[in-house]
Design a protein. Structure first.
Length: 205
């Protein structure tokens, strides 16, 4: 098991895909288990659901963090069950790269299952802002849409600050994903951190 956590727009999905390809592992996102109100901007495939817009319009910064951390706390038993089952599976079972913001470091640090390594991705505030603005097309949105993006970004930065405090205090593995750093390079750094925890460095187990 390789666990990759971090706030939104740190590149978890892209890096998890690269790591899984290198190791010959399966890949899964915690979003597939249960999804908190997602990104509050439209895409060609979907409009912003009313409940998502209301979520970001009506809650304060503290309430947004409390809401998302409460969601992750409720989801954690399912994540722990998945990680435990996969880590203790027969040796011929494919490994798994699990990524998602729901991999809260305080919970992951308490895991005692074998064959499991965890790394958190971080990025500078300017990098996260640039990525959120680019992904959302913020400059093309009306004022109300830009306000939702700004609220989402503020929550994203607040989440990372709280998460990073725990990662630092517990001396957990962290890899920075700066704007110019290719995904392959970040994946290599993640694999090095995994190997330092006793996990595979490259190639199938």
């Amino acid at each position: 098991m390789v666990l990759i956590g971090g706030t939104s727009h740190t590149g978890k999905s892209t890096v998890a895909r690269a790591v899984a390809d290198r190791l010959g592992f399966d890949r899964l996102s915690t979003d597939a288990l249960a999804r908190h109100p997602g990104r509050p901007w439209p895409t060609p495939e979907r409009e912003v659901p009313p409940h998502v817009g209301e979520h970001y319009r009506t809650l304060t910064g503290d309430q947004l963090i409390t809401s998302v951390l409460g969601h992750y706390r409720r989801l954690w038993p399912r994540i722990e069950e998945l990680v435990t089952a996969r880590a203790l599976a027969p040796a011929d079972t494919a490994g798994l790269v699990l990524e998602g913001s729901a991999l809260w470091p305080a919970e992951v640090a308490r895991l005692t299952v074998p064959h499991t390594a965890a790394v958190w991705l971080t990025a500078g505030e300017d990098v996260l802002a640039a990525r959120v603005h680019a992904t959302s097309g913020r400059d093309r949105l009306p004022p109300a849409g830009r306000a939702l993006v700004d609220t989402f970004l503020a929550r994203t930065l607040r989440y990372q600050a709280v998460m990073l405090d725990i990662v630092t205090r517990r001396a957990l593995a962290r890899v920075d994903t700066c704007q110019e750093r290719p995904a392959a390079e970040v994946a290599a750094a993640v694999l090095a951190a995994v190997a330092a925890q006793g996990g595979p460095a490259a190639g199938p187990r």
